[in-house]
Design a protein around this ligand. Structure first.
Ligand code: LLP
Length: 421
């Protein structure tokens, strides 16, 4: 459920008409709903309520300061995967003890920064990384709290580019080698081994792969405890999917996911961490664009928008489907017609949808891309020298620009000329 609904014939974000935002900030832009963000975060928090837990929002999904602050004020922790994300989380007021640091390629500089300013835990993904972290921690005279990310070799049955839990993926250490790696970790004086971490992929639409992975984690918890490790935290990653269309079968709910965690891992006496990203923010955000032209091709009509693949990369990169809805509500029973929906970037991959059946649209009309809150703005680029588009946050009847659109000058001024030019 989200808070983007038609009222009086026009699409609103909560109580604000999207057309009003468009008139004020221009198009294209991203808009997020505070009520949806809050609701989705709470669903996870409540689903885990029976167990000691921390919901660490995977901020790679959307990392604007205003989004982070909204979630941090609700008690969220953060899952970060770079020094930049760590700095953003700290800047948004998230205390270090609520930040977990994931990712396969943490540098010594990133480790140093996080250990100095405070960190809840590093999710270590390889033996060389573990040894490097040990050295950095020792040089600072501290112990780095760690969980080791294991790769359970489970098929998440999602898009190949976002599956992470198979042995062919670069993530984690093979679960078969976990005991040996934990044994080495226990000998390293700069590390404090506190838990186990797993994340099998993103946009999962069924619980079965989670069940398989969690059962393996339950077994591993027992085995590691028998080996003498004080396993007190289980980080189960993120990945729960969202409905991208109104008609397909909805993925499992956070409550069902929470019940599964409780069923399989609830009696381990561990604090549970999860790292949801997409489900928190995906359906809390919309990309709003304007039709520039409707162009009749030989066998089809092209809807040419002012948004492009550089603004929303998911269709070009993953063949992802985003529902496209007109901002002015069509009269009931209006016939639909097929359009190829494209952007102005100079490549054919700049196609949002082929033969999408939409009610008739004309130049100047506004459309919204649904489910664009996650992996939308954060994956944008300035390809074709198109400045990053603004982000807007709505809260009830108020809205605020949370990232302004840079001018061409601001974009160009980031380049510097070498002395010989
Ligand atoms: N934890 C870890 C270690 C991750 O790698 C990810 C996502 C998450 C949590 C959050 O997963 P979520 O709950 O959002 O599914 N750009 C792609 C998605 C990449 C996901 C990468 N890792 C897309 O647009 O679909």
């Amino acid at each position: 459920m989200d808070h983007f609904l038609y009222r009086d014939g026009s699409l609103h974000a909560e109580d604000v008409p999207l057309a009003e935002i468009a008139a004020s900030v221009g198009t294209p832009f991203y808009v997020y709903s505070t009520a949806t963000l809050t609701r989705h975060f709470r669903l996870f928090d409540e689903a885990l309520a029976p167990m000691p837990h921390l919901v660490c929002y995977a901020m790679k999904a959307a990392s604007n300061q205003a989004i982070l602050k909204t979630l941090a004020d609700l008690g969220a922790g953060m899952d970060v995967v770079s020094g930049g994300e760590y700095a953003r989380a700290i800047a948004a007021g998230v205390p270090g003890e609520r930040i977990v640091f994931s990712g396969v390629g943490k540098t010594r500089i990133e480790m140093h920064a996080a250990l100095s300013a405070g960190i809840r835990q590093f999710n270590v993904e390889s033996e060389p990384e573990m040894r490097a972290l040990n050295e950095v921690a020792q040089s600072l005279g501290v112990k780095a709290p760690i969980a080791i990310r294991v790769n359970p070799d489970v098929d998440a049955r999602t898009h190949a580019k976002i599956a992470t839990g198979k042995s062919e993926n670069k993530f984690g250490i093979p679960i078969s080698r976990a005991r040996a790696v934990y044994a080495e970790a226990a000998t390293l004086p700069g590390l404090d081994v506190i838990g186990i971490d797993v994340h099998i992929g993103s946009q999962l639409t069924e619980l079965a792969p989670y069940r398989t992975a969690f059962e393996k984690i339950a077994e591993l918890t027992d085995a590691l405890r028998a080996d003498g490790h004080d396993i007190r935290r289980l980080d189960l990653g993120g990945g729960l999917g969202i409905p991208y269309t109104q008609d397909n079968q909805a993925p499992p709910l956070p409550l069902e996911y929470g019940n599964l965690i409780k069923e399989i891992l609830g009696d381990k006496g561990c604090e549970i961490e999860i790292e949801p990203g997409r489900l928190v923010v995906g359906n809390a955000g919309l990309l709003v664009a304007q039709v520039i032209y409707v162009k009749s091709g030989e066998d089809r009509d092209f809807l040419i928008l002012d948004a492009a693949m550089n603004d929303l990369l998911r269709p070009a990169m993953y063949d992802a489907h985003h529902d496209i809805v007109p901002v002015i509500q069509p009269a009931p029973g209006t016939e639909r017609q097929p359009y190829d929906v494209v952007g102005p970037v100079c490549e054919s991959g700049d196609t949002f949808a082929k033969a999408r059946r939409l009610t008739p649209l004309a130049a100047g009309d506004l459309v919204g891309f649904r489910s664009a809150g996650a992996y939308g703005a954060v994956m944008a680029s300035e390809y074709n020298s198109r400045p990053l588009i603004p982000e807007v946050l709505v809260n009830g009847d108020q809205f605020a620009v949370i990232r302004p659109r840079p001018s061409f000058d601001e974009m160009i001024k980031r380049d510097t000329l070498p002395p010989w030019l």
